[in-house]
Design a binder for this molecule. Structure first.
Ligand SMILES: NC(=O)c1ccc[n+]([C@@H]2O[C@H](COP(=O)([O-])OP(=O)(O)OC[C@H]3O[C@@H](n4cnc5c(N)ncnc54)[C@H](O)[C@@H]3O)[C@@H](O)[C@H]2O)c1
Length: 278
């Protein structure tokens, strides 16, 4: 592989992907909205670009074999704030990828595209969209975009419906955790699998309490190694009493399912910013 592009390279998940991706191609082009992202890995080049600008994305994707698209606002916000980075940004990535003849997009979708399903429904990757927020809706949009570009233009994509890739510090995360090592394995499988067409897979570790079914995507060979059960005793001992009438406790989307549209869902998750440094 000659060139991989990583969007959202300055972000938390991007910080864990840059080093492994830099070893998977002759060149990794990392991109984000900032002027620079500090020290680069061997084989990595940085390009500033705004996802909402098709000209920027055309420049960034030039010569790429695959795009790992992780750039976005990763939380619920007013629709107008999400429109540029998340909706138009997704269109710009797929359109620039098509025009440049890129083979595949590996996309950071989210559980929030199906966040209103109850956890006891044990959903698979074929269920209809049921977004919990405008943010979740932006992920539905990008998944449908990927499906359409595959069927009409032959551009492959894998959509990783990540549940929660952050330290386990609440009861929901006992089911939803995706460890950084498993994230790297998942993205690697999505790049290395010879043919993927249009595919969806849940981004979750091998948790005893995982509330989703990845059986239909087993062809990707993703076999997660980590299990959040190791944190259960401590997490549950510190969890405040839960209101069984709060749909956030039973729905896949957690606090995103109960929050008002346009208001942060991540604020209720106590996410620790443990970004990897170069
Ligand atoms: N962290 C999780 O648990 C989780 C769960 C589900 C999905 N995701 C998705 O994974 C991806 C990465 O999430 P993260 O937690 O690393 O978030 P993050 O906010 O740390 O990283 C996102 C990056 O996107 C960049 N970005 C935003 N707007 C941009 C624009 N207009 N142009 C260029 N770059 C822009 C930001 O600068 C940031 O560096 C996101 O797409 C998010 O929706 C994350």
């Amino acid at each position: 592989m000659k060139r991989i592009v990583l969007t959202g390279a300055a972000g938390r998940l991007g910080s864990y992907l840059r080093e492994p991706l830099s070893k998977m191609a002759d060149e990794l082009v990392s991109t984000d909205i900032f002027d620079d992202i500090g020290k680069l890995y061997d084989g990595e080049r940085y390009m500033k670009g705004d996802l909402a600008s098709v000209d920027d994305m055309m420049a960034v994707l030039e010569g790429a074999d695959m795009v790992v698209h992780f750039g976005a606002i990763p939380d619920e916000a007013p629709f107008e704030e999400l429109l540029g980075p998340n909706f138009i940004g997704a269109y710009n990535i797929w359109e620039a990828a098509h025009r440049h003849g890129v083979k595949r997009v590996v996309y950071a979708s989210s559980i929030h595209s199906v966040g209103m399903y109850r956890k006891n429904e044990f959903i698979d990757t074929k269920v209809a969209h049921r977004p919990d927020t405008f943010y979740g809706l932006s992920k539905c949009f990008a998944e449908d975009l990927g499906s359409m570009y595959w069927e009409k233009r032959g551009l492959e994509s894998v959509h990783l419906r990540i549940l929660s890739c952050a330290q386990v510090n609440n009861a929901r995360a006992l089911g939803s955790w995706l460890s950084y090592d498993d994230l790297i394995q998942l993205v690697t499988r999505c790049i290395e699998t010879p043919i993927v067409g249009f595919s969806i897979i849940y981004g979750v570790s091998n948790n005893d309490r995982a509330p989703v079914d990845n059986a239909q995507s087993s062809f990707l060979g993703y076999r997660p190694k980590d299990n959040a059960e190791q944190f259960a005793e401590e997490v549950l001992a510190n969890e405040p009493p839960m209101d069984p009438q709060d749909i956030g406790h039973m729905c896949q989307g957690g606090p995103f399912a109960s929050v008002e549209l346009g208001k942060s869902g991540a604020a209720g998750l106590n996410i620790i910013d443990d970004k990897k440094t170069t």
